[in-house]
Design a protein around this ligand. Sequence first.
Ligand SMILES: C[S@@+](CC[C@H](N)C(=O)[O-])C[C@H]1O[C@@H](n2cnc3c(N)ncnc32)[C@H](O)[C@@H]1O
Length: 216
Amino acid sequence: MIEYWESRFKNEGAMWKFDPSDSAINAMEFFKYEKINEILIPGFGYGRNAKLFIDNGFKVTGIEISGSAIDLARTNGIQCTIHHGSVTSMPFDNKQYEGIFCFALIHLLNKRERRKFLKSCFNQLKQEGAMVLTVASKQTALYGSGKYISRDRYEIAKGLEVYFYDSESVLNEFSDFEMIDCRTIEEPVKFMKGEEPVKLKFVVCKKSKTAIPFSR
Ligand SMILES: C[S@@+](CC[C@H](N)C(=O)[O-])C[C@H]1O[C@@H](n2cnc3c(N)ncnc32)[C@H](O)[C@@H]1O
């Protein structure tokens, strides 16, 4: 996994340019409505989504496995704290965040890692905080391509393993984390002219006042 992302960021640089995803724009509006200002972004990349939040006055911390992506963020003027490592080693600090935004990361993990990641995110959320995650959907054209690994999980390119969710698996994996919404969205591919939008699931969880932390 790390080799895949290292080589892509090293060879292709800021490959998705700096336009934020529509998911980030929608999450930002939701966070503003919820009066959320301090957020964690796991799977930070080189910060194309983080930049939107930073430019809009949010306090952002990132987590990113690829050193090359972090270097790209720095050369593009992104100064916030970015923890260098895998989300499977969370927590990287003892802070609690008002919000978490995670775009297209969780589906790269295996089942055990996905569960641990969600627990770690939930534990790092303040009470009444919220997390927004976008995840690969079985409705996307890529579903079923590449090498079969296990149910709904495929190696779609060498070193790139993806788990594809449907409504049932979202419910199975997210319902312990106080999920309040899950919708299928069409995320435009802004950096490639004429490309079809990608179908993703946009999942929102909101931690209640009485939530109890998960053991690791
Ligand atoms: C599909 S990209 C999305 C990047 C970013 N969220 C964006 O939209 O611009 C997935 C990102 O997660 C990072 N990543 C993959 N596995 C990771 C892990 N286990 N821990 C932390 N980051 C990881 C990759 O290096 C890459 O930057």
